[in-house]
Design a protein around this ligand. Sequence first.
Ligand code: NAD
Ligand code: DAU
Length: 334
Amino acid sequence: MEKFLVTGGAGFIGSNFIRYLISRYPGCHVINLDKLTYAGNLNNLRDICGLPNYRFVRGDICDEKVVNEVMPGVDIVINFAAESHVDRSIGSPGDFIRTDVFGVYVLLEAAKRYGVKKFVQISTDEVYGSIEAGSFKETDPLMPSSPYSASKAGGDRLAYSYYVTYGLPVVITRCSNNFGPYQYPEKLIPLFITNALDDKELPIYGDGLNVRDWIYVEDHCRAIDVVMREGKDGEVYNIGAGNEKTNLEITEYILDRLGKPRSLMVFVKDRPGHDRRYSLDWGKIRGLGWEPIHSFEEAMDRTIEWYRDNRWWWEPLKSGEYLEYYRRHYQREL
Ligand code: NAD
Ligand code: DAU
């Protein structure tokens, strides 16, 4: 029975991945190591937490002691743990450098010490920076432009260095923008769905014409599985979905599906250093037999429905520190 260490498993993608792992490999063991920052939430795994093959450990990936306690016997590490929000990285870069670079180092060291069979570093398409036309390949240079993406680039290349220098079996994924259930409502899609449900304004940065390629989180989870099983050590795999949309298109889609007026849209100050467009060439992972199975419309409709039906999950999150953050960041009341 394989033993997985999933770090950051109480966050958005990590919790979806744990749910995926347990249903795909019912005999496996999963340890979820998560610090439970503001973005970590055990409600994301309410349906999993009682299972005998699942164990939650509250801990920081920068803490060598806890990492060395959980690592022995682990076959595969999947590192999702990160500070993940670009806007927050502009205000407090230090947390990002600590977790997204130093934390990766601590995990890599322990993985090397205990001889793990695979180390999957979850990187991001943002490490390439912005592209006006065309799409980035895995071999293109990295030009990250926010403290978040620069930290992720550091973690990404550090993981690679452990493959080259020490022979650690590392694979690296760089995925585009995810959406789906359990995404913290500071990110574009869950923020706009939940605000629209409450007839609150949707704050669009700049002219709203920035482009992202949106992937349903379940498609991302299957892609990670494919890379973990079939990926070649030391290699990077781009993961995209071919759903490039402007933020305005996303906003209008949400408002129309919920039957809400366009007057909820407000244009606010742009994000400093806002990348205009992300676009990936994901032919390499297609070569491993993976492609997304969810269409953008079907996955968006499911996602909108999920937030409509699960107020119990997101309403408590939009209070306290969140409201403070919102007020400070947008200079408006929620
Ligand atoms: P998230 O912010 O929802 O979750 C991050 C999780 O990591 C939280 O549970 C948090 O408590 C935990 N964490 C943070 N610092 C930690 C630390 N020092 N030690 C242990 N746990 C810690 O993020 P997400 O959107 O689920 O992203 C997961 C990973 O995927 C990140 O590495 C991110 O860079 C990457 N990624 C995200 C996207 C996206 O669109 N969301 C796309 C590509 C890649
Ligand atoms: O591309 C992958 C990355 O996608 C991940 O690595 C990051 O962890 C994840 O947060 C995400 O980064 P983005 O900055 O692209 O996502 P975000 O949801 O913050 O913003 C998406 C777009 O929407 C971006 O162009 C900024 C814009 N936006 C966002 C918010 C929160 C707005 O216009 N208004 C908003 O209030």
